[in-house]
Design a protein around this ligand. Structure first.
Ligand code: SF4
Length: 299
């Protein structure tokens, strides 16, 4: 992906059209599924994938993840307002209500931010929103879709699932897939997981709608960088093959029962060190019903 500082792309501004027939499937068959996040988990560490997808071990709430969800919620609802009202003040004033919405759904988040630290918490979200407004002008945008759920049954594989933050469609029909990140852009050579996530979304659009996105755009609100990529059908075919290889490796692990830990600097963010042999822990016994539910493999 190339990096640019200039994000406001006039070809996607002004009057927008809708993407024909773009709807998310709501009928989820009882079949194994795979999202880009979980595929990235397996690539990072097969044992982490097992803990999250098969064992479904609980993880404590993460401040970074909660902050990200909060900002995503505000940016999603920002476009409910008339264009002329989509200013930074509107976004910032929506932060407390968005947080209340999250607390209603996930009461465990109460412990993450004590009442005495709420002002600081909201200020952090406001700073990220301020960066967003330096990158593009929501007055001039009318997204075709927000928080779009997409699913595609990979032949002889899992149900591929993804939620796209935003899709813009230019008057000429060009489609832009936009994803907000509340962290900083990865250093050179460390952006593979985010690039893979975007191409995973592009595969979903391509396979379900026959749409080849013109632009995949990652907006890093932590440092104001934007990464863009224009995929080709060959790129997406290669991504689909990569997904199929990942699934093949997952089902191999399910058959063999070998979910190898892969130690890396990312272990510092792993919530499961207590169960990880790399850190002196012991994984819980694996339930064959969980293996079958998550992978379709009977063991
Ligand atoms: S601590 Fe590291 S090696 Fe162990 S499960 Fe987590 S990511 Fe994998």
């Amino acid at each position: 992906m190339d990096s640019t500082g200039d994000v406001v792309d006039g070809s996607y501004c002004g009057a927008m059209t809708s993407l024909p027939g773009l709807v998310g499937s709501s009928d989820t068959p009882p079949a194994p599924s795979l999202s880009p996040s979980r595929a990235n988990d397996f690539a990072q560490c097969p044992l982490l994938f097992r803990f999250r997808v098969l064992d479904r071990l609980p993880e404590p709430p993460s401040a970074a993840a909660a902050r990200g969800t909060l900002v995503h919620r505000v940016l999603e609802t920002l476009f409910d307002h008339p264009a002329a009202e989509r200013g930074l003040s509107t976004a910032v004033s929506a932060v407390p209500e968005a947080w209340e919405h999250m607390l209603e759904r996930r009461p465990e988040l109460h412990s993450l931010v004590p009442t005495s630290e709420l002002d600081s918490w909201f200020a952090q979200a406001a700073a990220l929103l301020g960066t967003y407004f330096t990158l593009e002008d929501p007055f001039r945008l009318s997204p075709s879709q927000r928080e779009l759920k997409l699913e595609f049954q990979l032949p002889e594989g899992p149900l591929l699932k993804g939620v796209v933050d935003r899709i813009d469609v230019a008057p000429n029909g060009a489609v832009r897939v936009v994803d907000y990140k509340t962290g900083k852009a990865p250093r050179a050579g460390y952006g593979d997981s985010a690039a893979f996530q975007m191409r995973f979304y592009a595969v979903l659009l391509w396979r379900t709608q026959g749409t080849l996105p013109s632009v995949l755009q990652l907006m890093y609100l932590g440092d104001g960088q934007v990464l863009r990529n224009s995929p080709t059908t060959d790129d997406l075919a290669a991504t689909e093959q990569r997904i199929a290889r990942t699934w093949s490796a997952i089902t191999d692990a399910a058959r063999s029962g070998s979910w190898r830990p892969r130690r890396s600097p990312l272990c510092g963010w792993c919530a499961h060190q207590a169960h990880c042999p790399e850190f002196g822990g012991t994984p819980p016994d694996l339930d064959s019903a969980d293996v079958r539910r998550a992978t379709g493999i009977a063991v």
